[in-house]
Design a binder for this molecule. Structure first.
Ligand code: SF4
Length: 244
């Protein structure tokens, strides 16, 4: 990787960028990410309840940035509609739909009901593995996580390292009030399910209406994260099993 030769390890680069950007406006973070990684940078979006703000900010810096969208096969129809209308409205020219591998579904979830018995295994084949495969072509990526989501996200850095890649969280510092104000100022369309009481929106089997942040996700279970943001042990490479 070019930055290894120039600036040391990805971890070292992430630490330096975090020190530089931890108080910066999200646009400044996005510009720094774009300048540093160019075509080796992607943005991961769920096109969920809060996604419009980050996508609008990114469209000002780099409308052609690859947007990685995990189409798990279990999303609400309203999310698929929103993905199309929002991408068109913001002029996002490279939205990539990431789908589970056919072989993984055939072997592990032929009846599409794995979520009933193991949400971790279901998320692994429908989210973690497809994203690992897609990120193989990038050295940096952008997420929409914020500290106000709570849990492990309370201490979220603006820039971190994950599996040898630099990961930017430009909205880490923003509050829900700031997000809503930005969406109103720029007249951004809301996900249609927000009006039906969904504050956070994922797959239909694992999402319930709730006005309490991410409380409606995997409600009643121990799970709070799908796995794409869970750190692996040092030296453990992403498992990209299955076919593309
Ligand atoms: Fe499966 Fe639920 Fe995870 Fe979606 S959120 S991949 S349905 S376990």
């Amino acid at each position: 990787m070019a930055y290894d030769q120039i600036e040391g390890s990805a971890a070292g680069l992430a630490a330096r960028l975090d020190a530089e950007l931890r108080e910066a406006h999200p646009l400044t973070v996005l510009r720094a990410a774009h300048e540093r990684f160019g075509a080796r940078l992607a943005l991961v979006s769920s096109f969920g309840a809060e996604s419009a703000v980050l996508l609008h900010l990114a469209s000002q810096v780099s409308p052609g940035i690859p947007i990685l969208f995990l189409d798990t096969g279990m999303l609400f129809g309203q999310t698929l509609d929103y993905r199309r209308t929002l991408a068109a409205r913001l002029g996002l020219s490279d939205v990539r739909d990431l789908r589970p591998a056919f072989a993984d579904l055939a072997i592990q979830d032929p009846k599409a009901d794995l979520w009933r018995t193991s949400v971790d295994d279901c998320c692994h084949i429908r989210k973690v593995l497809p994203l690992d495969r897609a990120l193989a072509g990038f050295d940096g990526w952008i997420t929409g996580r914020k500290r106000f989501h709570g849990g492990d996200r309370l201490s979220l850095p603006v820039v971190e390292v994950a599996d040898g890649k630099v990961k930017f969280n430009p909205l880490a510092n923003w509050t829900k009030v700031e997000l809503d104000a930005y969406a109103t100022e720029h007249d951004l369309p809301a996900h249609p399910l927000v009006a039906q009481g969904y504050a956070s929106i994922g797959c239909w089997p694992c999402t319930q209406p709730s006005d309490d942040g991410r409380a409606g996700r995997w409600a009643g279970q121990e799970k709070t994260e799908c796995g794409i943001h869970v750190a692996r042990a040092p030296g453990v490479a992403p498992n990209v099993g299955g076919d593309i």
